[in-house]
Design a protein around this ligand. Sequence first.
Ligand SMILES: [Zn+2]
Length: 521
Amino acid sequence: MIASLRASAAAAFLSLAAAWPAVAQQPAAVQERLDLSVAQRIRDEGLDRSHVDSLAEYLTDVIGPRLTGSTGMRRADEWVTQTFRQWGLANVALDPWDSTFGRGWERVNYAGRILEPFIEPLSAQPLAWSGSTRGTVTCPVVILEVQDTTQLEQFAGKLKGACVLRGAPRVIPPEFEPIVRRFSADSLLAPPAPPRAPAGPLASLTPEQRRERFQQMRAVAARVNAWLRGQQPAAILEPSNWTYGILLVQGGPEAGPARDSANYEPLPALIVQQEEYGTMYRNVKAGRAVRLELNVQNRFLNDDLRSYNAVAEIPGTDKANEVVMIGGHLDSWHSGTGATDNGAGTVVMMEAMRILKTLNLPLRRTVRIALWSGEEEGLLGSRAWVRKHAAELGLISTYLNVDNGTGRLRGIWDQMDSAAIPIFQEIFAPYQDLGLVAVRHGNTGGTDHLSFVAAGVPGFNYIQDPIEYGFRTHHSNIDTYEHLELDDLKQAATVVAWTVYVLANRDEMMPKGPLPAGRGF
Ligand SMILES: [Zn+2]
């Protein structure tokens, strides 16, 4: 496997190396002292003696889903800290947030079938922090489609005991082109495209007006949810936003209050396979009776409302008070086993620590790993850590994050910190043959490096080949071990270990980028 990885990597990326302007020829570049014998040792350990497979397999197949606050998340916390101790890492801890997360939630049972017009098992999953049915219930299916709250009156009194379809399924065209992909060298090295003009009904609005409109839409949705609760339906059903039977499942409509308050009992709420939802929707629209039988049982966990981030270190030498941090979120949504989101990033960062520790490489700065909780609910764990450790942030040279699926690392965004560009270019140069080619000027969002950037710490998220992340695996019931590209993850761990090694040993800390306006804690 390793030999084939190297052969295919060499073949696939030969042209990339040729296309990349040779770093050594850039006169303005800072001079990183790169020990190429160490680059080779890290490569040998990361590609030939990798632990990525066994780590990924245990995390996904044995621990499974890791919704923050669930039993699975607790087991994951225990496993990663135990693994760090076995490896001999220092200062291993589960660091509690400075604030509470709220009630945990997990699935106990789901059984559902269509009874009418024909019998068929109903492929569905409960939304996180949704409620339970009272045992097995049967219910007529009705459609609730409203644009605003004035339209609710016509449904008043008609939903009690019903299974309510919330709106029409999205029309998704067939995939005429393959959409599983790697980045081409051209796309990685091209200047960033200008931001796309907004399309659709909100296109003519200013950003301010658009924000207002979204707030209004959220407020309407909250009022509809409150009204719906009063109507006492048996369950709420929403269509999956992906086809091919894939269930894209996140938090339920009442997740907020259900997490926050110990006595809140939310309605049962399910994501239904898009195709089965469409069948029911068309039948009801045509006036034909549709009936379901459901038994949905979920459990709330009230015993510990706190949440934790798992941390561990390799202590530095003469600059031990300064820190290079790496991380990714350990938590996941609940319907799959969180393999590409973000078992992949978790395993890559763990493996990078293992490589550095195993090779016993000298590190001037302390290297710290943090595996976050609460990312899926809004970067909550990393934000809590940054708030709690505000006094130490000035000594964090860099925070590096991996959280864009299973694809190999192809570069990094500078996060508008241009001074970082030549540093990363030089660090990446010895690994160009592994496909690591691009240091791009621009922002990338959506994950935990933002918590650091907002607080003025240079924080970066690697660029990864997308593979099938954005339209198949992340947040879905098929986010499982099968969809991990293990050779890509080995490459990623190797790249991270090398990046960390150089950053931990260079004379200066990473230069600080501009503090983004209007953000921070
Ligand atoms: Zn993620």
